[in-house]
Design a protein around this ligand. Structure first.
Ligand code: ADE
Ligand code: ZN
Length: 326
C-alpha cells in the first residue's frame, strides 16, 4: 500500500533489539548442524510451533535454549548480518543492538569471540548496506550483581566498541536497584545506561530506573502509564521509551494490538519509539511493528514521522549525526 511504502521509505533507527532474538529457526537449525548440537526439535516448523508464550519467562526459556547454537565468531557474524539485511529492507538505517554476553560466557564461549563476531557483522553491514550500528551489553538481571561485575570486567578491553550497558531478562523480582552499583560503574567508564523497566514489572521499577540508576532510556516502559506522576515525569524529562508492540502482544502484555498504548503514549507527549525486541520469536521485524501497530491503533503519517524522529533523537548518535539523519 501507499502507507506501507511511506513507512518503509522513512529512515528509521531501531533502539531495542536483542541480537540473539533475531536468530531465525532456519539459521538455528543450520548452526546446530554445523556445530554438532542436537536441538529438541526435528524441524524448522516444529521450532516455530513452540513459539507460543504466555509471559516473558516462557519466551526467555526458549530464547536462551536457542542461543546455545551460537559458538564461533562466524556464527555471531552471520546472525548480525542477517538482522541488518532485514533492517535495511525495512528502511532501517541505524540500530543499537543488545547482546547478552552471560548467556555465552556461562557456556564457555569467550567474551572476545562474541565481540569479534558481532563487530565483524556490524562492520560489513555498514560497508555493504549503509546501516550504522552500536552495541549495548546487557546484564542478565536473573543472575547476581557479582556476575554482572565479572562481565563488566570482561568488557573493559572492548570499551571503545561499546555504546552502553543495559538490563534485561526476567524483570519481576529483579528491580533495577539490584544492579545500581554495576550500572554506575559502567557509567563511570563512559558508557550509556539503559534498562528494561515496566515491561512486566510495576511502575516502581521505572521510578528506580530513572531516579536511582539515572538511565538514558527506558526499554519498554508500558506500565509507567499506570502512574500519572511517573508519566508526567517521563514527559517532563523527555525520556525515550523503546516500545515493542509485537513483543507486548506475543508475551501477553496486551490482549490485542488494538488496545496497545503506543498512540496514547504519543498523545501524552512521551518520547515513544517502535522496535522489534526479538523479531525471530515475535513474528515481525521493524517495519512490521510499525505497520501492524498503525493498522491496529490508527497511526497517522504525522505520528509515524514523530516515531521515526524519536528513534534518532533518542539514539546514542552524536548531535551532529542526529541532525544529519533525522
Ligand atoms: N531478553 C530478550 N528479550 C527480552 C525482553 N523483551 N525482556 C527482557 N529480557 C529480554
Ligand atoms: Zn527487550
Amino acid at each position: 500500500t501507499a502507507f506501507a511504502t511511506f513507512v518503509r521509505g522513512l529512515p528509521k533507527a531501531e533502539l531495542h533489539m536483542h541480537i540473539e532474538g533475531s536468530l531465525e529457526p532456519e539459521l538455528m537449525f543450520a548452526l546446530a548442524q554445523r556445530n554438532g548440537i542436537t536441538l529438541p526439535f526435528k524441524s524448522v516448523d516444529e521450532i516455530r510451533a513452540a513459539y507460543q508464550f504466555s509471559n516473558l519467562q516462557d519466551f526467555l526459556d526458549i530464547y536462551y535454549q536457542g542461543a546455545g547454537v551460537l559458538r564461533t565468531a562466524e556464527d555471531f557474524k552471520e546472525l548480525a548480518l542477517a538482522y541488518f539485511k532485514r533492517l535495511a529492507a525495512d528502511g532501517g538505517t541505524h540500530a543499537e543492538i543488545f547482546f547478552d554476553p552471560q548467556t555465552h560466557t556461562d557456556r564457555g564461549i569467550a567474551f572476545g569471540v562474541v565481540m569479534e563476531g558481532l563487530l565483524a557483522g556490524m562492520d560489513e553491514a555498514e560497508k555493504t548496506l549503509g546501516v550504522t550500528s552500536k552495541l549495548i551489553l546487557c546484564f542478565l538481571r536473573h543472575l547476581s550483581e557479582d556476575s554482572a561485575f565479572e562481565t563488566l570486567e570482561l568488557a573493559k578491553p572492548w570499551l571503545n566498541k561499546l555504546a552502553g550497558v543495559g538490563l534485561d531478562s526476567s524483570e519481576v523480582g529483579h528491580p533495577p536497584a539490584k544492579f545500581a552499583r554495576v550500572l554506575q560503574a559502567a557509567r563511570d567508564l563512559g558508557l550509556k545506561v539503559v534498562a528494561h523497566a515496566g515491561e512486566e514489572g510495576p511502575p516502581a521499577y521505572v521510578w528506580e530506573a530513572i531516579d536511582l540508576v539515572k538511565v538514558d532510556r527506558i526499554d519498554h516502559g508500558n506500565r509507567a502509564l499506570e502512574d500519572e506522576a511517573l508519566t508526567a515525569r517521563l514527559v517532563k524529562d523527555g525520556v525515550t521509551l523503546t516500545v515493542c508492540p509485537l513483543s507486548n502482544l506475543k508475551l501477553c502484555g496486551v490482549p490485542s494490538l488494538d488496545v496497545h498504548p503506543l498512540k496514547t503514549m504519543l498523545a501524552l507527549g512521551l518520547k515513544a519509539t517502535v522496535n522489534s525486541d526479538d523479531p525471530a520469536y515475535f513474528g515481525g521485524y521493524l517495519l512490521e511493528n510499525y505497520l501492524a501497530t498503525a493498522q491496529a491503533v490508527g497511526l497517522t503519517r504525522d505520528e509515524i514521522v514523530t516515531l521515526a524522529r524519536n528513534s534518532f533523537a533518542g539514539s546514542f548518535l552524536s548531535e551532529a549525526e542526529k541532525a544529519a539523519r533525522l
